[in-house]
Design a protein around this ligand. Sequence first.
Ligand code: ATP
Length: 612
Amino acid sequence: MLRRIYRFAFAHGVRNKQVAVLVALGLGGVAFETLGLGLLLPIGNYLIAGGDLALLTESSRFWALMTDLSQSVGFPIGITAITVVCVASMLVRQGLTYIRLVYQAKVGHGLGRDIRMNLIQAFLRSELSVQEREGMGKFANVIGLEVTRVVPLVSLPIDLLIAASLSLSFLIMLLITTPTVTAGLAVMILLIGFLIRGVFRRTADVARWMVKMNNAVSEHFVERVRSARLIRLSRADQTEVEAARSLTQNQYASVVSSIRLLAVTESGLEPIVIIVGVPLLIFGSTVLNLDLAVIGFILVALARLVPMAKQALRGWQSLLKAHASMEAIEGTFIRLDDASEKDPGGQDVRRPLHTLAFKDVRFSYDGGRNEVVRGVSFEIEAGGFVALVGPSGAGKSTIVDLIPRLRTAISGTVELDGVSLIEYRLRSLRDSIAYVSQTPMLLEGSIADQIAYGRASASREEIEQAARMAHAHEFIVKMADGYDSQLGTQGVGLSGGQKQRIELARAILRKTPILILDEPTSNVDAESEFYISKALQEIRDRRDTIVLLIGHGFASVSIADRILVVQEGRITDQGTHEALMSRDGWYRNAVHQQRGAHDEAKETAIVAGAAG
Ligand code: ATP
């Protein structure tokens, strides 16, 4: 397990040197603590002997050694010098502990920071299909909570090493002082180790359970926060409360189980020490005739050993929990890295761009079993404006997703100027495409920031010009702070149509040779639909951009040079609006249906008005 932990830490920026420094600081602390504590015994001897050096030299090997040493160096090494060394050792140990704690916090939190950065990069590098599958809440839990849990991953084994070496040094000192009592203590330590094994095994299981519950709760709440409107309007509040109660109850149970296991080690140690230690001391004092200084020394050593042992056991349990979080993080990395976007191409997209062509393109979401794009071919010349229409689920969005290589065709090619997309550098390809989605994607920040997203260097004049072209300038200047008005997450503070016009301005500002619009007017008010259609006409008339519009609203679709009708993944008809209206087919029926619905709505409104 330790090897895996350090391999993980080294893979995320921790360096050998940092671990070596931490180990050196820890072991340095152990050496000074051992020295300081070890000197307590001769000090005790000195106090009991009332400072009688002759008696001390006779009864204590240490004092006999000190007397010899004093004579050979030529000046006396007495109680003052020993006390000074004892106190100084303790102080140095505290100093080393302080430096180690600060340094280990830097290393641990540095690890957390680097894992978060690596996770974000892996997420951004991965294919869209994996991003869609990777639950948002689960990812949020991993990057938030689980990463925080692995912060002590590097220092916990070192803490254990320190505790083990300190315990060992104490045991060696005790062994020199009283071998029989030390053998008894060693038996006690083995007993504790044996009893605690089951607790550790259970801790590892509970730690994994906790990660699972945290993921589930996070996933659940992120979904619900995004669906607040649906929940309220479906009157599903009570059902949601019950579902949340059950999940949070499970999460609570996992945390309580983990704390219960901690409590076992926390409270179980002292009784064992008392049950084994007290008879041992009585035995040492009555049978082995240990003197008071030795018994005092054993008590001091035990008083230091017991909390340390507790700390070590707690540390091991924390390590098991951190290990479970590490497994969750590793799993996320594996899923994301396995599906990182391939970018083998070396060409840059040339400007001006002359053609965009689909050549017998096929695509499937499930490895070829169900094709949702089935042999699509078409070509758009520079400045061309093509609309894709067709029933819901026909494959229109999937077709346009193939252009920025958000998805990859299973056969056939998509080409720019006769060169397959795979030959282009992904960065250059995506720099050539602006995209306006069905549901506007706005982030927190000012309106100007939103429009300049993806082109941070744009000047205020350029931003305003793009906003004017998207017919967004009119409502932006009416807002209290104009272009500096701050928006909440997802563009809170704007209507659907306004958000859509901001997104169109953003796309226009990027000045790309290809503009893709995925149903930009499907969720907007009549005024926004009018302005967006007007903006699209103006873009078309400039004839400097290849425009691909997916549309359900025939007002904007009808301005296209060519309309492709997509049904069940195939292009079943194509032509201008007039040509398609002149023949009986899906397009004419759909236009009539839409007009009928409009007329019906108008009629209902008139009837309602008359009745009123
Ligand atoms: P709409 O007009 O309703 O947006 P569309 O014509 O754009 O529909 P697509 O979104 O391209 O259609 O979907 C085509 C088919 O692919 C549908 O059957 C849909 O269920 C399926 N599909 C779409 N996205 C995914 C996905 N991420 N994973 C699996 N299947 C998908």
